[in-house]
Write a protein that binds this ligand. Sequence first.
Ligand code: 3H9
Length: 701
Amino acid sequence: MPELVRFSKKGAIGVITVDNPPVNALSPGVPEGILAGLEKGNADPEVKAMVLIGAGRGFIAGADIKHLGKPRPPGFKRTHDVIEANEKPVVAAIHGFALGGGLENALGCHYRVAVRSAKVGLPEVLIGVLPGGGGTQRLPRLIGPKAALEIIVTGRHVPAEEAKQLGILDEVVEDGELLERAIEFAERIADKRPIPRIRDMDEKLAEAKADPGMFDEMRRKIARRARNQIAPYQCIKCVEAAVSLPFDQGIQRERELFEEIVNGEEAKALRYAFFAEREAAKLPDIPKDTPVVDVKLAAVVGAGTMGGGIAMSFADFGYPVRILEKDKETLDKGMARIRANYETSVKRGSLDAEEMERRLARIEPVLEYSQIADADIVIEAVFEEMGVKKEVFATLDRTMKDGALIVSNTSALDIDEIAAATKRPGVVAGAHFFSPANVMKLLEIVKGAKSDKTTIATLSQLSKKIGKVGVVCGNCDGFLANRSRAPFNTEMNILVEEGALPEQIDKVMVDFGYPMGPFAVGDLAGLDIGYAGRKRRQKENPNAYRALPIADRIVEMGRYGQKTGKGWYRYEPGDRTPHPDPEVTALIRQMSAELGVPQREFTDEEILRRLLFSSVNEACKILEEGIAYRASDVDVMWLYGFGFPRYRGGLMYWADQIGVKEVYRQVEEWHREYGDRWKPAELLRRLAESGTSFREAQPGR
Ligand code: 3H9
């Protein structure tokens, strides 16, 4: 068994080192090891103070999430309480991350020293729990309830400098010097008495007594974002308890509130989402040691909205990037749009002006292909038409240096056909960014029939380096994301033909947890874009797509959405609030009558199932064709690409909660009622018959 925690001595200072790769989570054995280290230090008369530090990438990233909610071994002691009570002072030495139980242990320590690049935080809320290791009681005492509340309820990572200003850290030191400086610090405070113990600090709590409305104000502030969720509200209750109860009772309350939710649906779904996201980076058909291209310079062809957003994604993460257009006017317009996007962030306060300039300086506008020839990766983001794409790829093939990756941002076109326009299909793949590309975190990586392992492995690793969540899938019309989403889109339009109104459908989906309803999203994105795509696909393949006559008519009336002030909804000038429009209701009723569709009422449950089950069925087809590695990849795509509520885990996880058998029964019923578009996927039938969940299904391997 590798030693999870080591004890060593440097003069009068005992050093307790946690060594549990990859992130020093508090897995079974680690808390016990820390306590054993503490005992060694206490038993040694030479040791006057101790340092708690992490080996490898960081301090401690928190409890081991795989073990959350499982019973504790008998006699388990809470390390932070034991550390805090220790008679010899303990200094936490932080690099990388001190998160969750990691920061809670650091708060149990008597002092905290961190390197400049370190981050601290209590992100438990993001996995549906609350800081259950004293964090909700100690942090408010250390930095005041208001600041603590914000950190605990958002779960954000706080950079070291800010943490120092807030009072979480006592000292910030330069990177690379942590152990040395922490030992010096420990030597300085070794004899200092009394030892500062956060449990005894209560001056800061007065702040909440002077501002008793702060908790209700926070509840109001998060009401929209946290609707249907429990954990953020439990976090608020804990901080309230810190203010109103003595420390030990507050700890007791924190424990109770933690136990109430740790095995609840929300926490389970969020834990699932956490691991699903990491699982997506694991590529079963690509060995871990596959060589990757070292990307130092990127290029983007096309300075439209998408191309600009992609260039920003690289620049935001420190990569120099060249952006190519065929004429100066379009290029200038593209660069102006990029600048305007950054300026909006500066105005909102999420970016400082100097950083904006640094990012802009990384984006170099160019007009000649020869100027991007030395890039390590080029992403094509031109007009979504096969002929145009092929021409660009043929040119890139003639121009780009050997070994460069040549990828397309297409959202649906055949990657193999695009690759065939080059003599090096091995370096061609899809890199489908979602709009707006600099904001949306999903990157759909499409593996062509001839894409090399190096190409896919590079894209998968690169996605993380540019702040994206990369999910690899195979080549088919619409790939994984849009193909799995397409039946949802069709169904929402058919529901309207059958008597449901856009506002009713939108409300069902917002109540379910989506930030916006699908019709309002259409208005925001521009209905003309979907219309153009629809017409193109219908022309290419007239029998494969169902006509959407009402959606078409809306666009043909010039109702493109927010940009024209009218779409499925109407909009007041300068306001993005969708208002149901009697004109649209009348049009829907009139067209439904013309089409001869019988009208009826729908329950919310029926609407929800019609939209989501249709996509679950399609996802099963995608899985059985081997287009996706696993059901959880569909979930990650829906979470990051389509705003599916994270606390419901994802499309397939949600369907699993309903049960494969019930999904199949319903799909079968609708197959009989509505015909072919509801034909159950073979995989769905098989899973239902064998009682296997979507999560366990691995047909693509
Ligand atoms: C908690 O502390 C509760 C307490 O309040 C009280 C309880 C009583 N556990 O993300 P990465 C794995 S709740 C288990 O790719 P990065 C991860 O699955 C916890 N495993 O690296 C992956 O495994 P694999 C509060 C964990 O550099 C590998 O480590 N803490 C944990 O991009 C690398 O992860 C959190 O919520 C964990 N806690 O990001 C922090 N953390 O290689 C959760 C990571 O097999 N962690 N793994 O796929 C993170 O946010 C990020 O992992 C971190 C590093 C920022 C630390």
